[in-house]
Design a binder for this molecule. Structure first.
Ligand code: MOS
Length: 700
C-alpha cells in the first residue's frame, strides 16, 4: 500500500523563493566544474573520431603523433586497458575494431597540454574497411519492428477497444503525420572528466547528473570495488538528460590515467559531442483522431516510428502521452523502431512526452479547426475521469484548471478562430494553445541527517545540482522537517562517497532526495526531542532510505499537467516566426521554491521554443553524421529570441506523492510549448506545418 501523507501544510513553510546557495560561487567563477580541476602532473586528452559510418578499423598509425613534442600516449583498441563488459555498450570504448557509426571513438591522444593532445589526435592516421550504411529513418523503413517495451518500461504497443471500427464510423476525423528531427541537448558545459589513480583508488571529477551510477559503472568496467572509486560532480553546467548516464569521456579519462600513470583531463570538443553523448531520436508520428460533432473523441491512434543505433536499443516513447491525456474508448498507441548506422540516441528533456505531445496536441488543434470548436473548450470536453489506458484514479489532475487559468491570464478570449486575418504591416499574428503532461517518478535514495553539538545541522546525500538549485531546495525540505530555520542546515551533495541517491533526471530528483532527507530529518528530530541535556560532542546522526516506500507501484496514476499559450508573429516576406509571448500554467503538486521552480518552468519553455522554431540535427545520408555539430549551426534560442515568458502554477494538494507533496518540474515546461507555437503559426497564417522546426524555408 502506498503511504498516504497529511495534506495540510508542513510544519515549516516550503515554497519560499530562497536564492541559490551556490549562486555567488557561480557568478564569481569560484565554483569549479569537472574540467577545472587540475591535479599536479595532469595530462590532457583529445579523442579521435571515426570518419566512416560503418565498418572496422584496419590500422592505426600513431608514429607521427607520438613523435610530436609533449605527447605521452595514443590509446587505440590495440593497446588500451581492457574493460569488463559494460551494461551500456556505448561505454565499451577502444575495445574492438568495429565502427558502428561515424564519430565513434577510435583513438585517444594524451599529452602535456591541450594543444599538444589536439595536434597528436590530428596526426593519428586511421585506416578503415568501410561498409555501406543507412541513416535514413522513414515511416516505411523495412527494418522497423515493434519492440516489446519502449523507454521507461512502457509496453511498446497498447490497444483498447476497436480503433479501426470506431475511426471508420466517426463523423469527423483527423489523420496527420508529424516529424521531429534529431535534437541535441548541447549543455553549456561540455561533457568533461578529470581522472586520477592513487594507489588503486580511482577519483574522477565528472560532469554528470548522477555520480552514483558513474561510480557503479566505472567499478564494473575496471573490475573494482565501488569503495575504490570516487566520482565527484560538485557543479554541473547543464545536462538535460545527456549527462544522465555515464558517457565515454569518463571511461576514456580513467583509462588514459591508468595507462599513463598521470592524472588525465578530457573535455569533449563541442563538435564531437553530437555523436557520443546521445540525441533525441527523430520521430515520424501518425496521429488519427475520430470524434463526434460535439468534439468528443471516440477513436485515437498514435503511431511512432523512430530510430536507434546498432549499438543498443533505445525507443523514444512518444506515443505514451496518448495513453494519459484524453478520454477515448478506442485507442491504439504503437512504437516501431529501426536500428540504423547512427550514433546512439539517448535522453533529452521530457523524452517521449516532448515530441509525442507536439504531435498529439497539434492533431487536437487540427480537430478543433475542423469542428470550429475553441481548442481550450475541446480539450475540456475530452477530460477523462480516470487514466484512460489503465483506468487508475489520478492522484491529482488539474489540467482543466491550468487551461482555465492560462486562458484568463493570457487573454485568450475574445479569439477570432479564422486564420490569417490579423495583419500588422507585413506580419500576421496568431495565438495557440497546447496541454502538457509529465509522469511523476520517484526512486529510492538514502540520506544522512546530522545534528551538531552547537545547534547546526548537516544533510549528506549524493544528489546533484545541474543548475536547478538542488542544495537550496533540500535545505528547505530539511528545515521544514526539522522545524528550524534553513540557514542552520548545511547541505553536502555531489560525490559518490556520500549516501547513494537518484540522478538528477526524470524530474524525479527533488521528490526522491527530498523524501529521504525528510525521513532522516524526521528521525533526527524525534531523537532530539527524546534527548535530555547537551548533545554529545560528535552530535547525532540518523540515516534513512526510501527503498521500501518507493518499491511498490502506486495505485494512482500520477502525473503533472500544464497548459501552454503562445502568441506569434509571422513575417510574410521573410517567413520568419517570432514568439511574442509564452505563458504556462502548471499543476505539479506543491512548489518547494518559487524562484528556482519558475526558472525551471521558463527554462523548459525556452527549450520548447527552440524545438519549435530552430533546433534540428540533420543526418547527412552520404557521410552518415550530423550536419550541425556546433552552436553556430545548431541554433538554440538566444536572449533576443526569448520574449515575455510567464510561468504560473496552481496550488495543488496531492496526498499520494511524498511527504513534501511535490511532483517534478524540470521537464513539463518543454512538453506543450512546441505544439502551442505551431498551433499559433497555423492561426496566424492558415498554414499547417507538420515538420519541426518551423524555419522560414518551410513557411514560404
Ligand atoms: Mo532528463 S531527459 O530526465 O535528465
Amino acid at each position: 500500500m502506498t503511504p498516504q501523507f497529511p495534506s495540510g501544510p508542513p510544519p515549516y513553510p516550503l515554497g519560499a523563493p530562497l536564492v541559490r546557495r551556490e549562486g555567488r560561487l557561480k557568478v564569481t567563477g569560484a565554483a569549479r566544474y569537472a574540467a577545472e580541476h587540475t591535479p599536479p602532473g595532469c595530462a590532457y586528452a583529445w579523442p579521435v573520431a571515426a570518419t566512416v559510418a560503418r565498418g572496422r578499423v584496419t590500422a592505426v598509425d600513431t608514429a607521427r603523433a607520438l613523435a610530436l613534442p609533449g605527447v605521452c600516449a595514443v590509446l587505440t583498441h590495440e593497446n588500451a586497458p581492457r574493460l569488463a563488459a559494460a551494461d551500456d555498450p556505448t561505454l565499451s570504448v577502444l575495445q574492438e575494431d568495429r565502427v558502428p557509426h561515424r564519430g565513434w571513438y577510435v583513438a585517444l591522444a594524451v599529452a602535456d597540454s591541450l594543444e599538444a593532445a589536439r595536434a597528436a589526435a590530428e596526426a593519428v592516421r586511421v585506416t578503415y574497411e568501410s561498409d555501406t550504411h543507412d541513416v535514413r529513418l522513414s515511416a516505411g523503413h523495412p527494418g522497423l519492428y515493434a519492440p516489446e517495451t519502449a523507454n521507461g518500461g512502457y509496453p511498446g504497443t497498447r490497444e483498447r477497444g476497436d480503433f479501426d471500427a470506431a475511426f471508420a464510423a466517426a463523423p469527423v476525423t483527423v489523420d496527420a503525420t508529424y516529424t521531429v528531427p534529431p535534437l541535441h541537448n548541447h549543455p553549456m558545459e561540455p561533457h568533461a572528466s578529470t581522472a586520477h589513480w592513487d594507489d588503486g583508488h580511482l577519483t574522477v571529477h565528472d560532469s554528470s547528473q548522477g555520480s552514483t551510477k558513474v561510480c557503479e559503472d566505472l567499478a564494473a568496467l575496471f573490475t573494482l570495488d565501488k569503495s575504490d572509486v570516487t566520482v565527484v560532480s560538485e557543479h554541473v553546467g547543464g545536462g538535460f538528460g545527456s549527462k544522465g548516464t555515464p558517457r565515454p569521456q569518463v571511461v576514456l579519462a580513467a583509462m588514459a590515467a591508468r595507462h599513463t600513470g598521470r592524472p588525465v583531463k578530457l573535455s569533449l570538443p563541442r563538435r564531437q559531442m553530437p555523436a557520443v553523448v546521445g540525441h533525441r531520436a527523430p520521430t515520424v508520428q501518425r496521429v488519427r483522431i475520430g470524434a463526434g460533432e460535439d468534439g468528443v473523441i471516440t477513436a485515437l491512434a498514435h503511431e511512432v516510428a523512430t530510430h536507434t543505433s546498432t549499438v543498443k536499443e533505445f525507443v523514444e516513447q512518444a506515443a505514451v502521452p496518448g495513453r494519459v491525456m484524453y478520454t477515448s474508448p478506442n485507442s491504439r498507441t504503437v512504437h516501431r523502431v529501426v536500428p540504423l548506422d547512427v550514433p546512439s540516441p539517448s535522453w533529452m528533456r521530457a523524452p517521449g512526452e516532448a515530441p509525442g505531445m507536439y504531435a498529439l496536441e497539434s492533431a487536437v488543434d487540427e480537430l478543433a479547426v475542423l469542428l470550429d470548436i475553441d481548442p481550450v473548450e475541446l480539450r475540456m470536453r475530452n477530460e477523462p475521469d480516470t487514466e484512460p489506458d489503465s483506468d487508475r484514479a489520478f492522484s491529482s489532475r488539474h489540467l482543466v484548471g491550468c487551461l482555465r487559468e492560462g486562458a484568463q491570464r493570457f487573454g485568450w478570449q475574445p479569439r477570432d478562430p479564422r486564420p490569417a486575418v490579423r495583419p500588422e504591416g507585413r506580419l500576421l499574428l496568431g495565438t495557440g494553445v497546447a496541454s502538457a503532461t509529465y509522469p511523476v517518478f520517484q526512486a529510492a535514495s538514502e540520506a544522512e541527517a546530522h545534528a551538531d553539538a552547537d545547534g547546526g545541522f548537516r544533510i549528506r546525500l549524493n544528489a546533484t545540482d545541474i543548475g536547478t538549485g538542488a542544495r537550496t531546495v533540500l535545505a528547505q525540505v530539511a528545515a521544514a522537517a526539522l522545524g528550524v530555520p534553513e540557514d542552520r542546515v548545511g547541505i553536502e551533495i555531489g560525490s559518490s562517497d556520500l549516501p547513494p541517491a537518484l540522478l538528477a533526471g526524470g524530474s524525479a530528483g527533488t521528490g526522491s532526495w527530498g523524501w529521504a532527507v525528510h525521513k532522516a530529518c524526521t528521525g533526527l528530530r524525534a531523537r532530539l526531542r527524546d534527548h535530555v541535556g547537551p548533545l554529545p560532542s560528535d552530535g547525532f546522526t540518523v540515516t534513512a532510505d526510501t527503498r521500501q516506500e518507493t518499491a511498490e507501484r502506486s495505485p494512482y496514476a500520477r502525473h503533472s499537467f500544464g497548459a501552454t499559450f503562445a502568441e506569434v508573429q509571422v513575417d510574410t516576406v521573410t517567413g520568419e516566426v517570432r514568439v511574442r509571448r509564452l505563458l504556462g500554467v502548471f499543476a505539479a503538486g506543491r512548489i518547494l521554491n518559487s524562484r528556482t521552480a519558475r526558472s525551471q518552468f521558463i527554462g523548459g519553455m525556452t527549450m520548447g521554443l527552440g524545438m519549435a522554431l530552430m533546433e534540428g540535427s540533420g543526418l547527412d545520408p552520404a557521410f552518415g553524421d550530423f550536419a550541425e555539430c556546433d552552436l553556430a549551426s545548431y541554433h538554440v534560442p538566444a536572449c533576443a529570441d526569448v520574449p515575455r515568458i510567464e510561468a504560473y502554477w496552481l496550488d495543488e494538494e496531492d496526498p499520494h506523492l511524498n511527504p513534501m507533496g511535490s511532483k517534478g518540474i524540470g521537464e513539463i515546461g518543454i512538453v506543450g510549448t512546441a505544439a502551442a507555437i505551431a498551433n499559433a503559426v497555423r492561426h496566424a497564417t492558415g498554414v499547417r506545418l507538420r515538420d519541426l522546426p518551423l524555419t522560414p524555408d518551410k513557411l514560404l
